[in-house]
Design a protein around this ligand. Sequence first.
Ligand code: UGA
Length: 451
Amino acid sequence: MKITIIGTGYVGLVTGACLAELGNDVFCLDLDEKKVALLNAGGIPIHEPGLEEVVARNREAGRLTFSTDVEAAAHHGVLQFIAVGTPPDEDGSADLQYVLAAARGIGKHMNEFKVIVDKSTVPVGTAEKVRAAIQAELDLRSTYATFAVASNPEFLKEGAAVEDFMRPDRIVIGVDSTPEGERARDLLRSLYAPFNRNRERTYWMDVRSAEFTKYAANAMLATRISFMNELANLADKVGVDIEAVRRGVGSDPRIGYSFLYAGCGYGGSCFPKDVQALERTARGYGQELLILRAVEAVNDRQKSVLGNKVAQRFGADLAGRHFAVWGLAFKPNTDDMREASARVLLRDLLERGATVAVYDPVAMTEAERVLQLDLTAEQLARVRFATSPHDALSEADALVIVTEWKAFRSPNFERIKAQLKQPVIFDGRNLFEPSTMAELGVEYHGIGRSV
Ligand code: UGA
């Protein structure tokens, strides 16, 4: 099938590459000339396991092309996926300018039936705006062409995006019950047929419900995390092990184990943005989403939990103290530092006068970029970018772990003890057992594990 993908960010690039892998003829459009040049030269703008190989294989096979040509993109695919960014507006609502610009680009050039598929996370009612934007362009050109707008939100996780796309739990598709909507349903059914061979994974619904499903899913996951984080803070006070509680609670099949890990807060481009956008949508309809307001507030507070624990242990004034920080990305297997808890920790430590040595297996370049935005020149001068986990440790008063990279899970504790001035670990992701740490002679501060 001929497919156009508009936007080669996380979602667009993964979707395009994976649909090409299934044998489709995929044309990816991006207005960023540098990015397109990089992709055409075999480069990849993001770190995502497995993606480079899939892109290379399909480029070589001629099934995946990258271009800045809006007209060619509009003519290429019968399916036109819109996968551009929807950053938060000043008031927290999703900014639709890129989505609507993509829609206008299609409307300016299309001459025959097209299915426009919203893949970006967009608020309820966006498909109607996309439809209006396309129709306005057709009217301007006095052109008659029929089209459908469908919603097909993406559920992939950074760091596991290719795997998530290729082995989806579910495919959510919203289409209208109109003749064009029926045509869209037929095309999307055959596009996704390879995923439905053993089990039907597609959930068909109306367009608005599909748009809402994406927000509901992310808001539910964020709620679980904030709920556990709030309990973990209480667990610290009452002498309870939140990890034992997680296992006890998660064993109830009605609850399940996933996304119940307490830690130093959730980050990334999706949860913070989508929770806010859903609250904003509700407010637009005169409703206050009290639970989500709390989810956000708890998460903001949780990002300071490590800094506060360090200050409790070493005093509010950290001048003359030096800390090693392991993990900067908002989660493992990505170099993404959007809304990462490490940014809050570093600001806290540096504002209190400390010096730090930081290490992340892949996010070092991105860290240098974002820390320049977050910190003053004087603060930045107190950050050393280490070349390995152990390089970060020398002469530090303590180690602070922010991201649960695999490489940090089984460290050489004897070496850590020898390198640190004193064997103190603050662990924002609860990687180790407090009892094992006690046996090793390590002073260990997890989240909700003060048993
Ligand atoms: C999230 C969703 O999980 C995807 O299903 C969705 O498609 C995606 O957003 C999106 O909207 O595009 P992502 O942001 O890539 O994916 O990362 P997650 O694995 O969900 O992690 C988000 C944050 O929650 C991370 O900072 C992680 O450390 C934190 N987290 C996760 C916890 O603190 N505890 C947990 O138990 C799980």
